[in-house]
Design a protein around this ligand. Structure first.
Ligand SMILES: *Cc1c(COP(=O)(O)O)cnc(C)c1O
Length: 367
């Protein structure tokens, strides 16, 4: 049975009418840049999420950069973030001129809050946790630390659309949060797209201005900005998908439950732990496996696609050699990196497929 890592085509086929209608409408109205489809999506997403402002931007990476830039983060500043993430999280810190300060992960694959305070200096301006794989970071504690030291809290929610911590959604805890709508994300466009969420009126206006060449009114450039607009076609597609997102998130959870059931009791693997009082959105289902590379090759031979998120922790990347980071600070992430394996998970994955994958893993370990 051939199982891709994600199957964007089955999802398209299941809502083809909605998508095709949305695309045709945008073209009919020639609303390619900004315009009503972008406004409509911003309104719908902010309302569904329960937040005052949604600013659509070109991608999730720009969303992070724009917030930090508009918060005045600059050269000489430091921003604390997590050692295991996609590089957007840290490269945008560097783009502002600031320095990324990495922290090891806890048992839930998110920033280890017990290690944050010792890294705070007079240069620290913000903490940016990532709710990696759809799992909420220990956000209450992070918020308390931010309040104690007067730091900005920025949440990277690229992998955590509609995750919850004590009943409150990811992205609603700090000054602002960022989302990616990269096609493979839980809410995915058909190209690059992203957004910023915030309840802060002044920050919202600044971010909007900066993302459109520093002008809220055409030709009236208050500052110099960048070109990072949400595309009309992508906005139309996202609006067409939005009515399904809560259902899809529930279905991701169901697939995770099935994996938990069928993989239970295999001693050679560790199933993903869920932080108490949180709701996971399972962007990824990540196990820790003994002889991981052999297992991956075995699954590959059975046409089951698996991935590693991520093969190299950020502090160990060549890009950060210049920071002269002490690698001993990253024992957990270093050990995880030899074991983590992301299994296929998406709303349309069938129980048969989960069973086939699970049985193949059992075959490998001969249990
Ligand atoms: C995908 C991702 C981003 C960046 O989003 P793009 O839309 O691809 O720019 C940022 N942070 C994390 C954790 C991501 O997974």
């Amino acid at each position: 049975m051939k199982i891709p890592f994600v199957d964007l085509k089955v999802q398209y086929q299941s809502i083809k009418k909605d998508i095709d209608y949305a695309i045709a409408s945008v073209i009919e109205d020639t609303a390619f840049i900004k315009g009503k489809y972008v406004q409509q999506f911003e309104k719908e997403f902010s309302e569904l999420y329960g937040v005052k402002h949604c600013i659509g931007v070109a991608n999730g990476t720009d969303a992070i950069y724009i917030i930090m830039k508009m918060l005045g983060i600059k050269e000489g500043d430091e921003v604390i973030t997590v050692a295991n993430s996609w590089i957007s999280t840290s490269e945008t810190i560097s783009q502002t001129g600031a320095t990324p300060i990495f922290i090891d992960v806890d048992e839930y694959f998110t920033i280890d809050v017990s290690k944050i305070e010792s890294k705070i200096t007079h240069r620290t301006k913000a903490i940016m946790p990532v709710h990696l794989y759809g799992q909420m970071a220990e956000i209450d504690t992070i918020k308390q630390i931010c309040e104690k030291y007067n730091l900005y809290l920025i949440e990277d929610c690229a992998q955590s659309h509609f995750s919850e911590y004590q009943g409150k959604r990811a992205g609603l805890f700090g000054i602002a949060s960022t989302f990616s709508f990269f096609p493979g994300k839980n809410l995915g466009a058909y190209g690059d797209a992203g957004c910023i969420l915030t309840n802060d009126d002044s920050l919202a206006e600044k971010c909007r201005m900066y993302s459109t060449h520093g002008a809220l009114v055409k030709h009236t450039h208050i500052i110099e900005g960048i070109n990072s607009r949400l595309d009309g076609l992508q906005a139309g597609i996202l609006s067409a998908k939005l009515p399904y997102i809560l259902k899809w998130t529930a279905e991701r959870n169901q697939k995770a439950d099935l994996y938990n059931k069928y993989l239970a009791g295999i001693e050679n693997i560790e199933l993903p732990k869920v932080r108490p009082n949180t709701k996971h959105s399972y962007h990824l289902y990540v196990i820790k496996a003994e002889r991981r590379d052999e297992l991956r090759a075995f699954l590959q031979s059975k046409e089951i696609a698996c991935e590693i998120h991520y093969p190299t922790p950020l502090p160990f990347m060549k890009a950060y050699e210049y920071l002269k980071i002490d690698k001993n600070d990253f024992k957990v992430v270093e050990e995880n990196q030899q074991k983590i394996l992301s299994l296929p998970i998406y709303p349309e994955l069938s129980e048969d497929q989960v069973l086939y994958i699970s049985n193949s893993i059992k075959d490998f370990y001969e249990v």
